[in-house]
Design a binder for this molecule. Structure first.
Ligand code: APR
Length: 229
């Protein structure tokens, strides 16, 4: 079976009702990243950081996978599919995809603030100040903040390198190291980018650009790929 790798970003969940980060109406327009999504913010005002993620977690629980998340599952009939997502929501899981690597963490999980490997499911709970991990430390969101290491990037780079086909959906490719996964796919015979707002100078030769929203572009592309093989 050929390896098909999909890199997703906030744009794939936009039509489910979750805001993207950049651009008009993006989350980072209404919030200062450095006040809510950095280790320094956590040091300075953990209650505010928890409030921000508790709110976003409620939003994630409220929404449902859309036609794009669902269409990607179909590819598993003919390919060994791995999804590398920058998203912290669980919409790929709920759609039914099997192999999902979360580069930037998962909002429905909490972890120790001293040991990044102590991770727990939150179920239907939020995180409040005073909620402790079993090691006695304050629980924090299981999220990779700006300025923190991205431990899964090494696995992700290897997965991208082995891709026969790469599909990139709904990411501005402005955040590193995630953005380096596109050039890392050196063995991919076909690369597709689905995004309604692709920069004028594009992403380079040999990349098929699909200037459509995820719920239109992804189901069409999935049909085409399944027919081609
Ligand atoms: N369908 C497809 N793409 C869309 C849609 C849609 N309906 N709506 C918007 N987009 C595209 C935008 O054109 C943009 O290129 O989704 C992209 C979203 O970009 P960002 O907001 O920058 O999100 P992302 O690339 O996932 O950000 C990366 O930055 O702050 C962080 O950690 C956060 O994981 C996130 C990382």
């Amino acid at each position: 079976m050929k390896n098909l790798v999909i890199l997703t970003g906030a744009g794939i969940s936009a039509e489910s009702g979750l805001a993207t980060f950049r651009g008009n109406g993006g989350l980072w327009e209404g919030y200062n990243v450095y006040e809510v999504a950095t280790p320094e913010a956590w040091e300075r005002d953990p209650a505010m950081v928890l409030r921000f993620y508790n709110w976003r977690r409620q939003e994630v629980r409220r929404v449902k996978p859309n036609a794009a998340h669902l269409a990607l599952v179909e590819l598993e009939k003919q390919f060994d599919v791995t999804i590398i997502t920058q998203n912290v929501d669980d919409l790929h899981e709920r759609a039914g995809s099997s192999k999902i690597l979360h580069l930037h963490g998962e909002i429905l999980k909490a972890r120790s603030s001293v040991n990044p490997d102590r991770i727990m499911e939150l179920g239907d709970k939020d995180i409040e100040l005073g909620d402790l991990c079993e090691d006695g430390s304050q629980l924090r969101p299981h999220i990779v903040w700006f300025g923190e290491d991205v431990p899964e990037i090494y696995n992700a780079m290897e997965i991208a390198r082995r891709a026969d086909i790469l599909i990139v959906v709904g990411t501005s490719l402005q955040v590193y190291p995630a953005a380096s996964l596109l050039p890392a796919a050196v063995n991919a015979q076909r690369v597709y980018v689905v995004n309604p707002d692709i920069p004028d100078d594009g992403y380079g030769n040999g990349i098929t650009e699909i200037r459509k929203t995820a719920t239109l572009g992804v189901p069409e592309l999935v049909k085409k790929i399944l027919k081609l093989t």
